[in-house]
Design a protein around this ligand. Structure first.
Ligand SMILES: [Zn+2]
Length: 254
């Protein structure tokens, strides 16, 4: 006679389904055989879903933590990150919320960093030589949400806030992040340095005139300067192109 195999049921919701290495049934459910003692986090990460992508784990109508040891016969529901559960709100999985929205952008989504800065969102970029472990530590120390296309880095246990960026195109990535974190009302376009994330201050033309190229000197009157790196910005064609882009993505009007 065959022994009955211990197993659990896992039902995945929303965009957690996109990341599974095993195909669930039409209800999003996977039957998972238990061969060892494991936490619920170990199990869904083994199926390809980083813990940072999960907002709630429900078992018998009760919210569970990542450390819950699964038992034969249990049926879990795994919920995705959504704009309804922002990182600024305490939850069972993330009891210490973030005070504000700021990001650390990985090299594999590097152009997203520039776009978020143009939109005025506090965004640091991962240094090219940074190890995964250093990147995670920086996100924790600076209380930033790590944005990446690398699933493995998001599985590092210490990391609390992160997001696997789904889109490949930078404009779509910007839209995706603004929608997920409801940043529409927090946008302050052209207030941050694209190069270094420093804040821009308006600066009189006289103060910087000797640093301008002849044509810039001739045609432009409004200037701002990065408080951190000193880079000078003016309302030229680049500014107009970016305004059009932000208008297309969010309906932003200057
Ligand atoms: Zn700067």
């Amino acid at each position: 006679m065959l022994a009955l195999t211990a197993r659990i049921l896992l039902t995945f919701r929303g965009d957690t389904l996109d990341l599974l290495r095993r195909t669930p049934d039409a209800n999003g459910t996977i039957i998972y055989p238990l061969s060892r003692r494991a936490s619920i986090k170990d199990i869904f990460e083994g199926l390809g879903l980083p813990h940072t992508e999960v907002s709630r784990i429900i078992l018998s109508r009760q919210e569970q933590t990542f450390e819950k040891i699964v038992l034969n016969g249990e049926h879990y529901e795994i919920h995705p990150l959504t704009s309804a559960m922002p990182p600024t709100m305490a939850s069972t999985l993330r009891p210490i919320p973030l005070a504000s929205y700021s990001f650390l952008v990985d090299i594999n989504v590097g152009r997203l960093a520039g776009l978020l800065r143009i939109a005025g969102i506090d965004t640091e970029a991962v240094e090219p030589e940074s190890t995964d472990s250093n990147t995670v530590q920086r996100a924790i120390d600076e209380k930033r949400i790590l944005l990446t296309r690398n699933r493995d880095i998001l599985k590092q246990r210490r990391l609390v806030f992160g997001r696997l960026v789904r889109s490949e195109n930078p404009d779509d990535q910007l839209r995706e992040i603004v929608d997920l974190y409801r940043l529409q009302n927090r946008l302050l376009p052209f207030t941050r340095c694209i190069a270094c994330n420093g804040l821009l201050n308006e600066v009189p033309k006289d103060a910087i005139i000797d640093r301008l190229l002849p044509l810039t000197k001739k045609y432009y009157t409004l200037f701002s300067q990065c408080a951190a790196c000193g880079k000078i910005y003016w309302r030229g064609s680049h500014h107009d192109r970016m305004t059009d882009k932000l208008e297309k993505i969010f309906g932003y009007k200057p």
